[in-house]
Design a protein around this ligand. Structure first.
Ligand code: HXC
Length: 514
């Protein structure tokens, strides 16, 4: 037995060195960690249990039969994050550039299948040259097997992708189907076709970084949800994100400890927004005063900044925050903000994470650019997402709630559970100036002193509509609250809503306007 154990230990050691010490050195010289170092940083110490470490590829073309590595370029298994079980795979760039072979894909599919049965999240650490070229259609088929599983697991267990190196070709579509994409500045790249192909086809000269670097995907394309400067920060923040999530769609996210006897009245909220209705302010200041310990994990912080989305806790309950940002484009809803908000709302709804909506929105952004690019169907995504969401939904109208945006931002009419408004709320079909120019067009044009008439009808309109009381009279607002009471109200609301049950009609699946 002793000899056999020694032999097993030798085989294990061999598998753990991946493509060998030289390749590991090159990986480190590029500023990257190895597949196993990443796992160590991601999971609870000693919790990783590896599977398939002796799997080898079966290919014999291009002399591959002479290059076999135990594990075949991906480390897979199960581990814990803060004591909670997860499944993971970590591509090993030291073996054929982490490229995806048939067997490598089988390993990934195996842990995904098990994760679905167990109801646990799947975390993929990607660092790969894409489909293993020597294996041809076998490696392409391997990707398709993964895409299918990503799709079937969507909405069943959370799926998180970290891009820690190249991610090219169709390989980008596995991360794209998952719920969240993390990218590291400067060392990770994602593109469907690389700079050389771009040059051949479109004659554009573009660098790897500009085409598909983290900055590009965080600001321009919206593909990356989280970007950090180092792999260590990426792995720390995946741990943090997992803490806000349930293990699967039937589970609830874990509550954190909360002292319900603590003071929940905060006078600072009374002065957090300016007295002048058109003056911008930073909605982050409001969020910070409302959530537990000011601990906010913002999603896509640098994309469509006119809407803020992210995870926080209120009274210990993990919630998703969706807030208009008056400091950017006056908080207007445009195409990118609608899509960003809709995707986040749908994630939260799929995984039983209650929603807190902080509303200050002047409406949808007008203009040909928006109309021609489809603000109608993209705006409809946000509307659809809030309408179909059955999780606890709480709205606080902080200031403006104009036009269709009033309906969209989790109004009472689309199943908002508790809809509060501050006394500063302005709820109407249109902003005052636009509205009076339409409904008092004749009176203004016929008046001797047009400016005086305009001012007169403006103040009439403002008196009548720029307040929350008409909506409160109808019951569209449950309560007009003093800002300082808001944290108390939302802590109570999310506790009360813990037993909420709601559902949608049975169907094969919905047809969200894509
Ligand atoms: C086989 C690969 C490989 C691949 C890299 N390698 N990509 N082997 N198949 N796809 C190998 C290299 O031969 C090399 O082996 C080692 O990995 C490291 O690669 P380098 O080129 O030396 O590293 P680096 O300079 O860092 O460049 C990394 C890279 C580059 C940018 C990823 O290797 C590259 O461009 N690879 C091809 C990317 C690509 O076009 N893939 C196909 C995409 S299409 P040695 O033995 O020398 O160390 C696709 C289809 C998916 O993926 C479809 C799904 C629908």
């Amino acid at each position: 037995m002793k000899n056999k154990i020694e032999q097993l230990e030798k085989l294990r050691e061999e598998s753990k060195t991946g493509g060998g010490e030289d390749k590991i050195r090159i990986q480190h010289e590029k500023g990257k960690l190895t597949a196993r170092e990443r796992i160590q940083l991601l999971v609870d110490e000693g919790s990783f249990s590896e599977v398939d470490m002796f799997v080898k590829h079966r290919s014999s073309d291009f002399g591959l039969e002479k290059q076999k590595y135990s594990g075949d370029g991906v480390v897979t298994g199960f581990a814990k994050i803060n004591g909670r079980q997860i499944a993971l795979f970590s591509q090993d760039f030291t073996v054929f550039g982490g490229s995806l072979s048939e067997t490598n894909a089988e390993k990934i599919c195996k842990i995904m299948d098990t994760a679905l049965k167990l109801g646990i999240p799947v975390i993929g650490l990607n660092d790969s040259g894409g489909a293993r070229i020597q294996e041809g259609v076998n490696s392409l088929g391997g990707y398709a097997d993964i895409f299918l599983r990503n799709t079937l697991a969507s909405g069943v267990v959370p799926q998180i992708s970290a891009i820690l190196g190249p991610c090219a070709g169709g390989a980008v579509y596995s991360p794209a189907i998952t719920d969240f994409v993390f990218m590291v500045n400067h060392t990770s790249h994602m593109f469907v076709t690389g700079p050389n192909v771009v040059k051949t086809v479109t004659h554009e000269e573009v660098s790897f970084e500009d085409l598909g670097g983290a900055e590009t995907h965080a600001t321009k394309s919206g593909v990356a949800h989280f970007v950090f400067d180092s792999e260590v920060e990426i792995l720390e923040n995946i741990r943090k994100l997992v803490g806000f999530l349930p293990l699967n769609w039937k589970d609830n996210a874990p509550d954190s400890k909360f002292d319900f006897a603590s003071n929940l009245i905060n006078e600072k909220l009374d002065n957090v927004i300016p007295d002048t209705p058109n003056k911008p302010y930073n909605m982050h200041d409001v969020i910070q005063l409302l959530i537990d310990d000011g601990d906010f994990l913002e999603v896509q912080p640098n994309y469509a900044q006119n809407i803020i989305v992210g995870f926080a806790r209120v009274g210990g309950v993990s919630i998703g925050v969706v807030a208009n940002q008056p400091a950017v484009l006056a908080g207007v809803l445009d195409i990118n903000a609608s899509v960003k908000g809709a995707r986040f709302v749908r994630f939260c709804d799929a995984f039983n994470i209650p929603l807190l909506v902080l509303e200050d929105v002047p409406g949808f952004l007008p203009g040909t650019e928006q109309e021609w690019n489809g603000i109608i169907r993209h705006g409809a995504k946000l509307l659809f997402a809030f309408c179909e969401a059955t999780v606890p939904k709480v709205t606080v109208i902080v200031r403006k709630a104009y036009g269709g945006a009033y309906d969209v931002m989790n109004s009472k009419h689309i199943r908002g559970d508790f809809n509060y408004a501050w006394p500063s709320a302005e709820i109407a079909v249109m902003g005052p100036k636009g509205a009076v120019e339409i409904i008092f067009k004749k009176e203004i044009s016929q008046a001797v002193d047009k400016a005086e008439k305009l001012n007169e009808v403006l103040s009439f309109y403002i008196d009548k509509f720029t307040n929350p009381y008409i909506a409160a009279e109808r019951g569209f607002i449950d309560e007009v609250i003093i800002p300082r009471e808001t944290r108390l109200k939302i802590v109570q609301a999310f506790q009360l809503l813990k037993t909420k049950v709601d559902s949608n009609p049975k169907k094969k699946h919905c047809n969200i306007p894509l």
